[in-house]
Ligand binder design. Structure first.
Ligand code: SAM
Ligand code: TMP
Ligand code: ZN
Length: 403
């Protein structure tokens, strides 16, 4: 049953038993590793693409959550521009207030804080929340939900902006989130969130965007229906080039703002491409299988001919890629990454060791699977020596090819 509207959900993809995508393991933790069934479907009524099984939130988001927003310079730029945009538009009245849901290490709020504007991050993971606090950012350690929204409103007053990046699609209980937003948002305030876009995922066959944390894959149509159901309205959409293609959705109280033409245009484009139709999504699923076979074939050839292979970017996405395709240390002996909380550990499910990116050059790889394909430009520039000495990057989105 659809988590948003109660309609019937048609399954189109079963990725089988999957680990938690951000649960990087010590060797001792391997024996107790947690797995769940990653199945995805589309609601016949409201078009929301969603997972069929829910992982308890504390298993994914806890004090050892390793992901930091500041790990990419492009994302740091993106969030400083985002914050600057709010400071110029929505946060210009007397004593404005912005709340960020999933504020992580405070990358976005650092610009707001520097401007001296009232803010609050809501972040359940202690490690990253403490990084933000150390930079002087105000953070509440909590999962945002109805009661938290009401409590913030009681203590701090209404928010002019509630912002959230790469977090709303992680939350199955969106009814409670919208009730919390209802309690907290000023009458003319906006709830703005950005998440991976179903249109990009289908177009690029970027199936590795589907993992435990990405419970929903949003489209303009499904978000518009969801907003309406909870007494709000989708008033603007903006396609973003980050994380492989996202959409920023702006939501206001029903009738409070006039929707831009972009909303109707994006919904019309989605309908024209049959984005939420089961047949489109079944075709997508068949393309996923082809990519997985092609990549495994390519990696077996490389192994059999003695080529030195590695991976780059121990992304959450790579959990789906490696575990669905059956890629382990025999095909990709190690993966390099800059994130301190990931290095020295094993990738979830596949148990491929994660090594510090500082050791990449010395390792002398000849072919490298770019699991962080969404950061290709930045990583290729950082590691330009690799290509200069004849190394080649291997990507699998939108298909398997050498760069
Ligand atoms: N917003 C940052 C960004 O875009 O880089 C972080 C994104 S990270 C993928 C998702 C974040 O959402 C994590 O820091 C996680 O702890 C947080 N999160 C998950 N569920 C949440 C909830 N119910 N309320 C607030 N934060 C939540
Ligand atoms: P993401 O695709 O979920 O943002 O994860 C990107 C991963 O890649 C994260 O673990 C950090 C890592 N990374 C590097 O190792 N080097 C880099 O230059 C960049 C941009 C990311
Ligand atoms: Zn539905």
């Amino acid at each position: 049953m659809c988590r948003i509207c109660g309609g019937t959900v048609q399954e189109f993809m079963d990725f089988g038993r999957q680990p938690l995508s951000d649960a990087f393991l010590t060797p001792e933790e391997v024996a107790d590793e947690f797995f769940y069934q990653l199945r995805v479907g589309v609601c016949e009524s409201c078009a929301m693409v969603q997972q069929l099984e829910e992982v308890p939130r504390e298993r994914m988001f806890n004090d050892s959550y390793p992901y930091v927003s500041s790990g990419s310079s492009r994302m740091r730029d993106h969030f400083s521009r985002t914050a600057a945009g709010f400071l110029e538009s929505e946060l210009t009245g007397p004593d404005p207030f912005i709340v960020e849901i999933g504020s992580n290490d405070g990358t976005m709020l650092s610009t707001i804080k520097a401007a001296g504007v009232r803010h609050l991050g809501v972040e359940p993971c202690g490690g990253v929340a403490d990084v933000a606090r150390a930079a002087g950012i105000r953070v509440r350690s909590d999962f945002f939900e109805e009661s938290v929204g009401a409590d913030i409103a009681a203590k701090d007053g209404p928010a002019n902006v509630i912002f959230s990046a790469n977090t709303i699609c992680h939350i199955p209980y969106l009814d409670s989130i919208f009730r919390g937003v209802d309690a907290l948002l000023a009458p003319d305030g906006v709830f703005v969130f950005e998440d991976p876009y179903l249109g990009d995922i289908v177009e690029k066959t970027s199936f590795d965007q589907i993992y435990d944390e990405h419970f929903y894959l949003f489209s303009a149509r499904s978000v518009a229906a969801m907003a309406r159901q909870f007494g709000f309205e989708l008033v603007d959409v903006l396609r973003l080039p980050v994380h492989g293609g996202e959409v920023r959705y702006t939501i206001a109280r029903a009738g409070a703002r006039t929707p831009t033409d972009a909303v109707a245009e994006l919904i019309a484009a989605e309908d024209k491409h049959g984005l939420a139709e089961l047949s489109t999504l079944q075709k997508f699923a068949a393309e996923v299988d082809k990519i997985c076979h092609d990549l495994v074939d390519r990696l077996e050839e490389l192994r059999d001919s003695g080529v030195r292979v590695a991976g780059y970017g121990a992304t959450a996405k790579s959990a789906t890629m490696t575990n669905y395709a059956g890629i382990g240390p025999d095909l990709v002996p190690c993966v390099f990454d800059t994130t301190p909380a990931k290095t020295g550990r094993l990738m979830p499910g596949s148990h491929i060791p994660v090594l510090p990116a500082a050791q990449f050059a010395a390792y002398g790889a000849e072919r490298v699977v770019l699991f962080a394909w969404n950061h290709a430009e930045e990583i290729i520039a950082n590691e330009r020596e690799f290509a200069a000495r004849g190394g080649r990057w291997l990507v699998y989105v939108p298909d398997v090819r050498l760069l």
